[in-house]
Write a protein that binds this ligand. Structure first.
Ligand SMILES: C[S@@+](CC[C@H](N)C(=O)[O-])C[C@H]1O[C@@H](n2cnc3c(N)ncnc32)[C@H](O)[C@@H]1O
Length: 249
């Protein structure tokens, strides 16, 4: 019999923390490799699975080991209301780079140019997963697999290709950069192979990304409003792509 706590300590530094029932549920649905999962209340966790995730109930039952509540809280930075936590293997960068580079593409790639807010980055990954984007690329210093980003993404990093690249390494495809000074998005058909770039919360698009952009597009916004939140901007743009011209999910 393996010891889940010993496994946890052995693996924690090289794996991704799945914080809470929903993150674990999503990660399993999208094929994550999960070597260890613990809960302080296995009965409650499996009851949640019966109610919300019967498709992964058996996988959860096989994975989840009950540990004392104090042990659970000692393993995670912030206890989650569902008292479930797991560690997942981070998918290889090579496999993501191959997915991002593959053409023809059936759904856009989202680029966050030097995002600063980890919660925003997580929300964007959740959006990209929900709308079937090919991937989310970040530029700059933030690791898009940072635990706070993974928490914000609700375990949906495993449903899309998430990587950090430089502006010079962005995937192929026409680059549409979103900026309040651009042409109105509503007049434009976004192609499936689009690369959709969004600027940083503080400074907007970097000069490097602006220089590489094929088109500058704006979201409808009345005068006197300066800008939208980053994740909101991604939502509006991906929705515009999906509503008009994408194949059904
Ligand atoms: C919070 S905004 C950045 C605001 C920043 N102070 C600036 O000067 O651009 C973050 C990003 O969301 C996108 N964005 C926000 N509002 C937008 C709008 N009305 N039209 C197009 N893009 C927008 C842009 O990509 C922008 O760089």
């Amino acid at each position: 019999m393996t010891d889940p706590v010993a496994d946890w300590h052995r693996l924690a530094a090289t794996t991704v923390l799945l914080d809470g029932f929903h993150a674990l549920k999503h990660a399993l649905r999208f094929g994550a490799e999960v070597p260890v999962a613990v809960t302080a209340d296995r009965t409650a966790a499996l009851a949640l699975a019966d109610e919300l995730a019967p498709d992964v109930r058996d996988a959860l039952a096989a994975l989840l080991t009950e540990v004392p509540h104090g042990t659970y809280t000692s393993l995670v930075p912030r206890p989650h209301p569902t008292a479930v936590a797991a560690l997942a293997v981070r998918p290889s960068r090579e496999s993501h780079l191959a997915r991002l580079a593959r053409t023809p593409r059936t759904a856009p790639v989202v680029v966050l140019d030097n995002p600063r807010n980890l919660g925003n980055a997580g929300a964007v990954i959740r959006l990209a997963a929900g709308l079937g984007a090919t991937g989310v690329v970040t530029t700059g210093t933030v690791d898009p697999w940072h635990p706070t980003v993974v928490r914000g993404g609700a375990g949906l990093h495993f449903a899309t290709a998430v990587e950090r690249l430089t502006v010079g390494e962005l995937p192929p495809g026409p680059l549409f950069a979103l900026d309040p000074e651009g042409d109105d998005l509503r007049g434009v058909k976004l192609p499936d192979d689009a690369v959709l770039a969004f600027g940083s919360e503080r400074a907007g698009l970097s000069p490097e990304l602006r220089a590489r952009a094929d088109h500058l597009l704006s979201l409808p916004m009345r005068p006197q409003v300066s800008s939208y939140n980053l994740a909101t901007s991604v939502a509006m743009t991906l929705y515009h792509w999906s509503a008009g011209f994408a194949a059904p999910l």
